[in-house]
Design a protein around this ligand. Structure first.
Ligand SMILES: Nc1ncnc2c1ncn2[C@@H]1O[C@H](COP(=O)(O)OP(=O)(O)O)[C@@H](O)[C@H]1O
Ligand SMILES: [Mg+2]
Length: 175
């Protein structure tokens, strides 16, 4: 890491499809960075949660209020100069552009895995409303993080601590 780089407020958005390990990795990142953490799933209106629980994929229209809630939360913390870690599947470029709009602190960590690994993890996961059956639609919707977007893509296949270390190595210095 470049010691000359000044520290700044960072909004670290851990993105990727369901089961990639966003929550696992983001919780540890927030601990390591000693910053506030938010679970993006908690910003969904009840209607969206019910749909996902029923195995019905969300539409752009469903996701709009959720993304705006998240963007407001990001803006409020950024204005206060508070770095945060937040999970959000942020599957489409347009969703990420919405979150970034007016928020220069946003930086993405795309946790990426193949369908087989994801299916395995989702089948093992307990106490979560997202059924493994929604994985195919999530993968079909996913537009991977692009080179002109701020952030890094890391493989989800390693141990959680390795995924975390890879993100921290790429992250700009956090104030
Ligand atoms: N790097 C990892 N290696 C092994 N299992 C993992 C890893 N990351 C997450 N898991 C497990 O996979 C499941 C999905 O992880 P989770 O963090 O809930 O993903 P997401 O928030 O992206 O849906 C959980 O049961 C979690 O314990
Ligand atoms: Mg999660």
């Amino acid at each position: 890491m470049d010691a000359e780089q000044p520290q700044r407020t960072v909004t670290l958005i851990v993105m990727g499809v369901s089961g990639s390990g966003k929550t696992t990795v983001a919780e540890e990142l927030a601990r390591r960075l000693d910053v506030e953490y938010a679970e993006g799933d908690d910003f969904h209106p009840a209607h969206n949660v019910e749909k996902m629980r029923a195995g019905i994929p969300l539409t752009d229209e469903d996701r709009a209020p959720w993304l705006h809630e998240l963007a407001d939360w990001i803006g409020n913390h950024e204005r206060l100069g508070r770095s945060v870690v937040v999970t959000c599947s942020a599957l489409k470029r347009s969703y990420r552009d919405l979150l970034r709009e007016g928020h220069p602190s946003v930086w993405f960590a795309h946790v990426s895995a193949d369908a087989e690994l994801l299916r395995e993890r989702l089948q093992q996961r307990k106490n979560h409303y997202m059924p493994a059956s929604l994985l195919d639609s999530q993968l079909a919707t996913l537009e991977p993080l692009e080179p002109d977007e701020p952030g890094v893509t890391v493989s989800a296949a390693g141990l959680p601590e390795d995924v975390v270390a890879e993100v921290l190595a790429a992250l700009p210095p956090v104030a």
